[in-house]
Design a protein around this ligand. Structure first.
Ligand SMILES: Nc1ncnc2c1ncn2[C@@H]1O[C@H](COP(=O)(O)OP(=O)(O)OP(=O)(O)O)[C@@H](O)[C@H]1O
Length: 242
C-alpha cells in the first residue's frame, strides 16, 4: 500500500457463481491526482475491478484501500458512507432524474446525505464541467454530452478522493466523447482529481496518464503516456493471445 495512492487493490480475487473467476490476484495502485484507463478484451474483468475498487462489490479475497481506509474493515453502513462521501461513479448511461433540473440532479448526493444542497457548491460543480448556464435545464433539454457532464458534476459534488468511470463515453458520438474526455483530463490537471476509467476505446484511453491492461482477470502490463496507436496495437496483441 502506498500513501500517495488514492486507491490500492492488494491481491484481489473475485469469484462468481458457476466457477467464474473475474479477477485473479490483482495488485494495483492508482496514484492520487492521476488519470488511469483500464482496458482489456470483453469479459477480462474491467467492470468487476471497478465495482470492487468502488466498494460496490466485495472481493472474494484480497484487500481494497480507498483514501486510506481498508474497505474490508468497514461494516455495511460505514462502507455506504465512504462510498457516498469519498467515491464518485459515472456510467455509460447518465442516470439523471428526468424531472429534476441539472442543479437539482447535482445536489442530489448532498440531499441523500441529509444535507441541504449548498447552492454555491452545486454551482461550482456545474461550472467545473462547463454548464454554469444550464443549471435550470432538465435532462430532456440537454444533449447526451451535456447530460454526461451533469452526471460528472453530480459525482464530484462531494469532492470524492476518486472518480470511477465505466465507459463514460460509450453512448456518445466521437465529437461529444472528445469534449467529455477533455473535461476529465482538465479535472485531473487543474484539480488533481484521481480518475479511473474503463474503456474499449484506444482514443479515449490516450487521454489518460497510464493504461492498465487486463486479460482473464489478471493485469497484463501497462503503458505510460499512451498514444491511441500504441494502445490499439497492445489491444490487438492481447486479443490475439487470448
Ligand atoms: N454478477 C455476475 N455473476 C456471474 N458472473 C459474472 C458476473 N459479473 C461478471 N461476471 C463474469 O465475470 C467475468 C468478468 O466480467 P466483467 O463484466 O468484469 O468483464 P469486462 O471486462 O468488464 O467485460 P465487458 O468489456 O464485456 O464489459 C465475465 O466472465 C463475466 O461473465
Amino acid at each position: 500500500m502506498n500513501t500517495t495512492h488514492a486507491v490500492d487493490l492488494i491481491g484481489v480475487t473475485k469469484h462468481y457463481a458457476h466457477g467464474v473467476t473475474a479477477l485473479d490476484d490483482v495488485t494495483i495502485g492508482f496514484g492520487a491526482g492521476t488519470f488511469t484507463a483500464v482496458m482489456g478484451p470483453s469479459g477480462s474483468g474491467k467492470s468487476t475491478l471497478l465495482q470492487c475498487a468502488a466498494g460496490l462489490d466485495r472481493p472474494s479475497a484480497g484487500r481494497v484501500v480507498v483514501d486510506g481506509r481498508d474497505l474490508a474493515a468497514l461494516g455495511d453502513r460505514k462502507l455506504t458512507l465512504l462510498r457516498r462521501d469519498r467515491i464518485g461513479f459515472v456510467f455509460q448511461s447518465f442516470n439523471l432524474l428526468p424531472s429534476l433540473t441539472a442543479e437539482q440532479n447535482v445536489g442530489l448526493p448532498l440531499r441523500l446525505a441529509g444535507r441541504r444542497p449548498d447552492r454555491e457548491l452545486v454551482r461550482q460543480s456545474l461550472a467545473a464541467v462547463g454548464l454554469a448556464e444550464r443549471a435550470g435545464h432538465r435532462p430532456a433539454e440537454m444533449s447526451g454530452g451535456q447530460q454526461q457532464r451533469v452526471s460528472i458534476a453530480r459525482a464530484l459534488v462531494t469532492r470524492p478522493a476518486v472518480l470511477f468511470a465505466d465507459e463514460p463515453t460509450g453512448a456518445l458520438d466521437a465529437n461529444t466523447s472528445r469534449d467529455v474526455l477533455r473535461l476529465l483530463r482538465t479535472l485531473v490537471d487543474r484539480q488533481a482529481q484521481t480518475i479511473v476509467m474503463v474503456t474499449h476505446d484506444a482514443v479515449a484511453a490516450s487521454y489518460a496518464d497510464r493504461v492498465v491492461f487486463l486479460a482473464d482477470g489478471r493485469v497484463f502490463g501497462e503503458l505510460h503516456e499512451p498514444t491511441a496507436e500504441l494502445v490499439a496495437t497492445r489491444m490487438l496483441q492481447l486479443e490475439a493471445s487470448c
